[in-house]
Design a protein around this ligand. Structure first.
Ligand code: TZP
Ligand code: MG
Length: 221
């Protein structure tokens, strides 16, 4: 069982081959791990994603091996069967993924469990659920990486929702080097990104820029 700390959510990369192309997926992940991402979620979903379960298994297993090497938690989006099959560190589910059944089963197997929330009501439903480990809130800004993304919440709404959560919160959606400081000011524990890292020309620089607000506050305290 993986230990859970708030720091683990600080720089959380989410990606699948649809975001990187198949050839570059592992290379981009390794560069991000080297640069210091604190968590990785394998999210093979949406247009251009792999449909063949053997191919998905192959990429998931290779990504997991890399994450193990860098001692970074390896979380799988939605696919509980895959997470149990390869003994992932955790799963992340959305509101439309039949979340509670998956969260219960995953927790019974000792996995880290995360749930996406967009509204106050969804957040309150997840309150005091001992089987849930963290919350993802988003999208904060408009995003091109999720076809069915809900409307952007903005940072004021993010701050309001985060203040009501006792669980660690990671913000997601449209977060990049330019707006991360604004997001970090809301008391979230970290940021989850797809394109800010997978589409970066310099991956190490992108990861470091995303971490900067947290490192700066550590330096000042
Ligand atoms: N959930 C809410 S927004 C989003 C997901 C998976 C996509 C985030 O991608 P990007 O490129 O960081 O906006
Ligand atoms: Mg989902």
């Amino acid at each position: 069982m993986t230990n859970i700390s708030r720091e683990m959510f600080q720089t959380y990369l989410v990606a699948g081959t649809q975001n990187t192309g198949m050839d570059d997926f592992l290379n981009i992940l390794e560069q991000a791990l080297q640069a210091g991402i604190t968590c990785f979620q394998f999210r093979e979903k949406g247009a251009g994603s792999l449909q063949d379960s053997d191919a998905i298994l192959k990429y998931a297993t290779a990504a997991q091996a890399l994450c193990r090497h860098y001692q970074v938690p390896f979380i799988i989006d939605d696919n509980l069967d895959l997470a149990l099959q390869i003994n992932a560190d955790g799963i992340h589910v959305g509101q439309s993924d039949h979340p509670w059944h998956k969260i219960e089963t995953a927790k019974a197997h000792g996995l880290i469990t995360g749930l996406s929330c967009h509204t106050e009501q969804e957040l309150h439903q997840s309150h005091n659920q001992p089987i849930l480990d963290y919350i993802g809130i988003g999208p904060i800004f408009p995003t091109n990486s999720k076809e069915d993304a809900k409307p952007a919440l903005g940072t004021n709404r993010l701050r309001f929702l985060t203040q009501q959560s006792e669980l660690p919160v990671v913000a997601i959606g449209g977060i990049n080097q330019e707006n991360v400081a604004q997001v970090a000011k809301t008391t979230v524990d970290g940021v989850a990104v797809i394109s800010a890292v997978t589409h970066a020309t310099d991956i190490a620089q992108a990861v470091q820029a995303l971490q900067k607000p947290w490192h700066r506050s550590t330096d000042e305290n």
